[in-house]
Each structure stands twice: as structure tokens, then as C-alpha cells.
Ligand binder design. Structure first.
Ligand SMILES: [Zn+2]
Length: 165
């Protein structure tokens, strides 16, 4: 029996990161405070252990540390520059501007066709796993005012970025 060929035909395409993307993710995770990186690793492993979730998309870290300069550029977007508003924090006010180690990271999903998704449904499913992994994880999708669904952060001794950056 040509089992090998049959397996190929029936094989479902599982979303994956390229070698370069894997390396980039490792670098980003290394910037995160250890318990946030650990929560991500645990949530990711649960996600990949789920027969359905592992096929719909692969969670990956799009950003961790962000320089105050880059934060100011993002703040300008939707205000003095074109584009949608993506943040309400100026340089130095975001948890992304702390560190490294940085107490915040943003997540998106790599799909099987190589594209990137910020699906609110997938993010809420991943948020459940992140919060289960560590009770200190706060999900931006739970915020009452500006829902920042790709965003996860952990509480630190430092107060909300005041006086930082
Ligand atoms: Zn964020």
C-alpha cells in the first residue's frame, strides 16, 4: 500500500511559522517579563494540543517591547497622520514602552495560507487560555472603553507607565 502518498493527499495543512518568523518570535518573547512569556508558552501549547484550534490558526507574538519613538508614531496614526486609531497611549505611557523586560505583548494568528488574522473570536479563545495559564494576565479585550483585543499585559510593581519612558 502506498501509505505515504495517501497520507499526503489526506494531510490537513497546519498553520506554521517560517524559520525566520520562529526566530523573530523567540526574540520578542525574550523581551517579555518571564511570567508573561511563560503564560504565552503554556497557552500556545494548550492551543496546539486542541485538534480544532491548531488547524484554524497559529498564535504568534506580533510585538512586545516598543520604543517611545515608535509609540508616538502609532499615537499619531488616526490623529495627525492617516489611518485608524490603534492606541490611546503616547510614548512612555504604554506598558509596551517598559523594559525590556516588557509587561505587554500583542498576539495575532498565522493562518495555513500564510496570511495573518486578528479575529476577535480567535483572540477571545486564546485570551481564555492566557488567563487560565496565569491569573495575573490582563486581556485588552476585557477593557470597557478601548477594546484592544490583540493586547495582553501583566500587572507589575510599576504603576501604568507613569513617569516612565
Ligand atoms: Zn499591545
Amino acid at each position: 500500500m502506498a501509505a505515504g502518498n495517501n497520507t499526503l493527499v489526506n494531510k490537513r495543512v497546519v498553520p506554521s511559522l517560517s524559520e525566520a518568523q520562529r526566530l523573530q518570535q523567540k526574540t520578542r518573547l525574550a523581551q517579555a517579563v518571564p511570567h508573561l512569556a511563560a503564560a504565552f508558552a503554556q497557552a500556545l501549547s494548550r492551543w496546539q494540543g486542541d485538534p480544532v484550534l491548531r488547524l484554524v490558526g497559529l498564535p504568534f507574538v506580533t510585538e512586545c517591547y516598543r520604543s517611545p519613538e515608535r509609540q508616538n508614531e502609532l499615537y499619531a496614526q488616526g490623529r495627525s497622520k492617516p489611518g485608524p486609531i490603534v492606541t490611546y497611549k503616547r510614548g512612555g505611557q504604554s506598558k509596551h514602552n517598559v523594559g525590556p523586560p516588557t509587561p505587554a505583548l500583542d498576539v495575532a494568528f498565522r493562518l495555513a495560507d500564510g496570511s495573518v488574522s486578528w479575529s476577535g473570536l480567535l483572540l477571545s479563545k486564546f485570551a481564555r487560555l492566557m488567563k487560565a495559564a496565569d491569573a495575573r494576565v490582563v486581556w485588552g479585550g476585557d477593557w470597557a472603553t478601548f477594546k484592544d483585543r490583540p493586547h495582553f499585559e501583566v500587572l507589575t510593581g510599576q504603576k501604568g507607565g507613569v513617569g516612565l519612558g
